[in-house]
Every structure is written in structure tokens, then in C-alpha cells.
Design a protein around this ligand. Structure first.
Ligand code: BT5
Length: 323
């Protein structure tokens, strides 16, 4: 983005600002002609401007687009998204995040895209990432925990999503260990953590989050129509994707920082109260392992504690189904 367009926007957005075209050009020390060009560039991106009877300019509409100016405007995080890579179309934000993390990108670097052509789920599954309808995003994290506690990041992210949806949109979210967020039993958000680690140390974790925002039923492929939902379907109206994303990033950063300082323990009550597995009979499959029993708790490492045949087993990964 042209830095001038960026400056124009930040001046117009400043609280209580009121500029005529001439005053705005003077403040930016540019000609009115250049200002008109910058406003035209912004209009091409989807910004709309209005003016009052005194010819003071105001922003009438902002585009619903995953562009840095929009994400950063009003974002309250300290480190998350302070390094931000926005794409219109990408293979997978996680794949790009892995490349950037390998090249030394700092913690909190965010990759976000309007569309993914190779969005990935766990175990090589596909994540459907329709253009402009969701939040397809990855954050690079460098948590000081051993690799077997990284499941905790999935739980931290799921909880951040649930709290954001509940506080911003008043919808109730259920969490299905380890990485699913559901509304009315349908998946609205999936999380994929990818890791580079040694036996006792994590180099980096890429935390990928796919959030369905504005899809209507017909927008999902038929295979997902019965199992997937979106925030819009849940609220019954349009959802401000960018406002939701900013709120989510802020909450994710603050829960992640608590996790870094104190581990998962302080976050467990919030996770547990939304868990659809605790207290239920479940089957958990992980590779060739299959455990059937009662899910009784979430362990402080993020694992699922299952009581099976009189023994308590902590599972650190797997696919859980309710029986
Ligand atoms: C997940 O995998 O739920 C992790 C999804 C992570 C996606 C994000 S998007 C940004 C970042 N970049 C990436 O490339 N990935 C991450 P899993 O638990 O394996 O669930 C995958 C299954 O969910 C699929 O097999 C489908 O059944 C279903 N599914 C696919 N797309 C969906 C969607 N948009 N909404 C709901 N369910 C979906």
C-alpha cells in the first residue's frame, strides 16, 4: 500500500478530526492533485468518502478486505500481527508461516489470506477456504514448552475463539478436544498446529486457524453442509469479519501470554466448561491406537484424560468421537 494513502486514512480516522480537502493536503504537505490521486487509490480498494456541509471529509465505508491497513486499524495487540503478511490468494497460510518461521520470522508474525487453494487440516485433510468468507490465518509462536505440551496451544486458540465469539456476537461455542470449535454441534472453526522441535525444545509452532464467517449453507460444498456452520449462520445476520479478527487476535495474544507465563492450568476451567467430551463416553483414535472409555478431564499438558478399563490414560493427540 502506498504510504501516502495510509497517511491519508490515519488522518481521516483520527478521533474528532475534521479536514477539508485543502486542509488535509496542507497537513500532509502535498498538492490537492496528489491528494485526489491518493483518494482515488483508496476508492479503488473499496473505501468511500463523504463530506458534510462544511466540506469536511469523513470515511463513509471501509472495505471488508484482509489488507494490512484494515487489520491494523484499531488492533490492540502488542506483538501479534505487528509483522503482518496479507495475501489475496495463497496455497496455505500455515505452509507460508512455516517458511517464514524457518527463515527466522519473529514470534507473533501473522499470515492471513482471503483465499486458500490448499488449505490444510490435520493428517493431510483439506480445509475448505472460500474466498472472502472466512478468516484463514496463521500465527508464528515460539513457546518455551516441551513438544508434548504443544497440544496446549490448540486449546489456547480454541478458547480464544470461543471467548471472542461469545463476547463479540453472543453466540455459545462448544469445544471438542483437541482442535474443533462448534456452534450447535457444527464446526465453525478448526485449528492446526504445526511444529518444529527437538526432543525437549520447541523451535517454533505455527498456529493456523480457519474461521467460517459469512458463508450461507449453499456456500459450503455438499459434503460439509450438514457438519459445518459459520458465524453469520449462527447469528442470523452479517458479521464484521475484520472487527472479529482484530478481537480474536487480541484475545489470542493475551491467552497465549498467560499460557507462556503460567502454563495451561489457569485456562483449563474455561476450556472445560465448554468441552463437549468431558463426562461422556468417547472413542479416541490416534494412528493405530484406539481408546474407548469416559473422558474425565483435560490434563494440564493439554491432553485428554480418559478412564478406560479402570485406568486413567492421558492422550496427547487424536481424533475423538462421542459414542
Ligand atoms: C482442522 O483439521 O480442523 C484444522 C483446520 C485448520 C485450517 C486453517 S486455515 C488457516 C491455516 N492454514 C491452513 O492451511 N490450515 C489452517 P481437521 O480436524 O483435520 O478437520 C478437517 C475436516 O474438517 C475436513 O476433513 C472436513 O471434514 C472439515 N472441513 C473442511 N473445511 C471446513 C470448513 N471450512 N468448515 C468446517 N469444516 C470443514
Amino acid at each position: 500500500m502506498d504510504p501516502l494513502a495510509d497517511e491519508v486514512l490515519s488522518l481521516i480516522r483520527r478521533p474528532k478530526s475534521s479536514f477539508t480537502l485543502g486542509e488535509l493536503a496542507d497537513s500532509l504537505k502535498i498538492s490537492k492533485y496528489r491528494l485526489h490521486r491518493a483518494l482515488d487509490d483508496l476508492r479503488a480498494l473499496g473505501y468511500q468518502f463523504g463530506s458534510d456541509t462544511n466540506h469536511h471529509l469523513h470515511l463513509a465505508a471501509s472495505p471488508d478486505r484482509m489488507i494490512d491497513m484494515e487489520i491494523l486499524s484499531g488492533l490492540k495487540t502488542r506483538t501479534f500481527a505487528r509483522h503482518l503478511h496479507c495475501y489475496r490468494k495463497i496455497g496455505s497460510t500455515n505452509a507460508t508461516a512455516v517458511e517464514l518461521a524457518e527463515a527466522g520470522a519473529p514470534e507473533g508474525t501473522v499470515i492471513v489470506a482471503e483465499e486458500q487453494t490448499k488449505g490444510r487440516g490435520r493428517l493431510g485433510r483439506h480445509w475448505h477456504s472460500a474466498p472472502g468468507m472466512g478468516i484463514w490465518s496463521s500465527v508464528i509462536m515460539r513457546p518455551p514448552v516441551p513438544p508434548d505440551e504443544v497440544t496446549g496451544l490448540s486449546l489456547v486458540t480454541a478458547l480464544a475463539f470461543a471467548e471472542t465469539a461469545e463476547s463479540e456476537l453472543s453466540v455459545q461455542v462448544q469445544l471438542k478436544w483437541p482442535n474443533d470449535c462448534l456452534i450447535d454441534g457444527r464446526k465453525v472453526c478448526g485449528i492446526l498446529i504445526e511444529l518444529s522441535a527437538e526432543s525437549d525444545r520447541v523451535h517454533y509452532a505455527v498456529c493456523g486457524t480457519g474461521i467460517n464467517v459469512s458463508q450461507q449453507r449453499k456456500d459450503f460444498p455438499s459434503a460439509l453442509r450438514k457438519t459445518a456452520t459459520s458465524l453469520s449462520l449462527a447469528t442470523g445476520g452479517p458479521v464484521d469479519r475484520l472487527a472479529f479478527y482484530r478481537a480474536f487476535l487480541y484475545r489470542l495474544e493475551s491467552l497465549y501470554n498467560r499460557f507462556r507465563r503460567h502454563g495451561l492450568l489457569p485456562l483449563l476451567p474455561g476450556y472445560r466448561e465448554r468441552s463437549i467430551l468431558i463426562g461422556k463416553k468417547v472413542t479416541v483414535r490416534h494412528g493405530r491406537q484406539k481408546v474407548t472409555g469416559t473422558a474425565i478431564a483435560i490434563h494440564e499438558t493439554g491432553g485428554l484424560v480418559v478412564r478406560a478399563k479402570g485406568k486413567e490414560i492421558v492422550l496427547h493427540a487424536g481424533e475423538a468421537t462421542l459414542r
